[in-house]
Write a protein that binds this ligand. Structure first.
Ligand SMILES: Cc1cc2nc3c(=O)[nH]c(=O)nc-3n(C[C@H](O)[C@H](O)[C@H](O)COP(=O)(O)OP(=O)(O)OC[C@H]3O[C@@H](n4cnc5c(N)ncnc54)[C@H](O)[C@@H]3O)c2cc1C
Length: 492
């Protein structure tokens, strides 16, 4: 028997599926929703394409590798185009900072904010390169199954002062508060508070600098579609719109899955790409050890949720780049509100996505596609009535963008749709509506995170944001390599 079932067609699930199928394992992916992608779902409305989640595509080589496994080229299915600047960051006082991997331009931008920091940036880059080499290239695809593996990682973690936060580490090199924000906000893209997330996540800076920021023509949904096309060409089966209702166990083995349509699919191994709490609590109800794991998971810290407004607008905006961050007046206090106190702040920081800047095909001719995203406390910290709150927050986000970036915006909107924390909980079974799963703190990383293989059930595996190395496309693709390594070693 050489058959595996994967629960969920998120990017991690699909990366694992491609690896297994390329390795000769008959693989069936069972997805609850009508389209694959998970966080990278999408909608088409009135001629606009709205990607639901990931937009900043980094580490393209990790994606290319999925095609190379079977001697193919990613270009057959996905056209990746470079994005520059990577981000335009702006503050309420009108300060702007364009962030890219053009060294001369970046240094000039830093010098414009604070000339003393050019030298500090050079030293920060050295730090970032070291953690990138040791933590991402060296440990990104390592399955941390036992404490020994964590102990082996300890010297590198100590060398890079992993107990310090990204913000603290950046502040050791950089004096200017805005530049500190510019070089530390990236952890928010993977659900981490820069004030608390381990300094090893400063590796994201080097990762972006070396591999660039990319955009799949037609949207992130085309990357997902390309992964599905590759998987199906290899002979894999994707089943959509059929939620898994149970992962069946017999003793300390899984035997397969059952789905809501009544299908029973037997398998030698099952890998869950679904939310960890949902997997253990709801799908493994019959397993006592799984329920114990679930109890421990419920005690962990979860990353915030997100509030998004997708909107299609009349007109084009060549002066607004693809990726924009509109910082609010507060940074540390705002993060504490969202991550700790569970307060919905008045002064939001906004990520504004403008894909039609790179790819006009994302909107009808003469129109533009945007989404605005604000991190908000998850449902455990802030159990609000979002039916009432969402329209108010939607107006606030749009008003802020209108004030700072697009005068008269609300009069130009042709179509719009908001997406709130309960939507994450309902559509993705995301525990507490979290946007990224377990918060990436040091004590929830590596061996301390959910393992790629269950400790007690030998042929039950996990892939995706809940496992090492965490959330974000490069991370779930690297994690899929770790899970596939374990599965191919055992299933074959
Ligand atoms: C708004 C947003 C913006 C982001 N931006 C970026 C970015 O710019 N760059 C970046 O790198 N990362 C970004 N991320 C993070 C990144 O998108 C995620 O970490 C990553 O896509 C998660 O992939 P995953 O493999 O863990 O699966 P998920 O995307 O979580 O998918 C899990 C899948 O399992 C399915 N499922 C759940 N339960 C069942 C069941 N019972 N039966 C069958 N199927 C089930 C779900 O429907 C879903 O399709 C963003 C995330 C969000 C939410």
């Amino acid at each position: 028997m050489r058959r595996a079932v994967i629960v969920g067609a998120g990017i991690g699930g699909l990366a694992l599926a491609i690896r297994l199928q390329s390795g000769g394992v008959d693989t069936i992916v069972v997805e609850a929703r009508d389209k694959p992608g998970g966080c990278a779902y999408f909608w088409e409305r009135d001629g606009f394409t709205f990607d639901a989640g990931p937009t900043v595509i980094t580490a393209p080589d990790a994606l290319r590798e999925l095609w190379r496994l079977s001697g193919r080229d990613i270009g057959e299915d996905v056209k990746l185009v470079p994005v520059s600047p990577f981000y335009r960051l702006s503050w309420p006082d009108g300060t702007r900072f364009d962030y890219s991997n053009d060294d001369t331009q970046l240094r000039a931008e830093i010098a414009r904010l604070n000339p003393h920091d050019v030298n500090g940036y050079r030293r920060f880059l050295g730090y970032s390169a070291g953690v990138y080499r040791d933590a991402y290239l060296g440990m990104g695809a390592v399955p941390f199954l036992d404490f020994g593996s964590m102990a082996r990682a300890a010297p590198a973690l100590i060398r890079h002062q992993a107990w310090r936060s990204v913000y603290s580490m950046v502040s050791g090199y950089i004096r200017d508060e805005k530049l500190r924000q510019a070089l530390s906000f990236h952890t928010l893209l993977v659900g981490g508070n820069p004030m608390r997330t381990s300094a090893i996540y400063a590796l994201i800076h080097k990762l972006e600098r070396d591999s660039g920021v990319w955009w799949p023509e037609g949207g992130t949904n085309r990357l997902v579609a390309g992964m599905v096309a590759l998987f199906e060409r290899l002979g894999g089966v994707l089943r959509l719109g059929d939620p898994v209702t149970a992962i069946d166990t017999l003793g300390d083995r899984v035997t397969g899955v059952r789905t809501s349509s009544g299908e029973e699919i037997q398998a030698d191994a099952v890998a869950s790409n679904a939310d960890l709490v949902h997997s253990y609590r709801d799908l493994l109800k019959g397993s006592r050890t799984a329920q114990r794991t679930c109890a421990s998971l419920l005690g962990k810290r979860y990353s915030p949720s997100l509030f998004l407004v997708h909107f299609g607008v009349r007109g084009t905006f060549p002066d607004i780049p693809h990726h924009n961050v509109l910082f609010g007046p507060r940074y540390r206090g705002l993060l504490a509100d969202i991550f700790d106190t569970g307060v919905l702040p008045d002064d939001l920081s906004i990520y504004l996505h403008h894909p039609s800047a790179t790819d006009p095909g994302m909107a009808p001719e003469g129109h533009s596609t945007f989404y605005a995203l604000a991190p908000v406390p998850h449902l455990g910290k802030f159990p609000a009535d979002w039916d009432d709150l969402a329209p108010i927050l939607e107006e606030r986000l749009l008003a802020e963008i209108e004030r700072r970036l697009i005068p008269g915006l609300r009069g130009k909107i042709v179509t719009r749709v908001a997406y709130a924390p309960p939507d994450f909980a309902r559509d993705l079974h995301a525990h507490l509506g979290s946007g990224f799963g377990l918060e990436p703190t040091l004590l929830q990383s590596g061996w301390f995170r959910a393992h790629h293989r269950d400790d007690a059930i030998a042929n039950l595996y996990f892939v995706g944001a809940g496992t090492h190395p965490g959330a974000g496309i490069p991370a779930v693709v690297a994690g899929a390599r770790a899970t596939a390594g374990l599965m191919l070693g055992e299933v074959k």
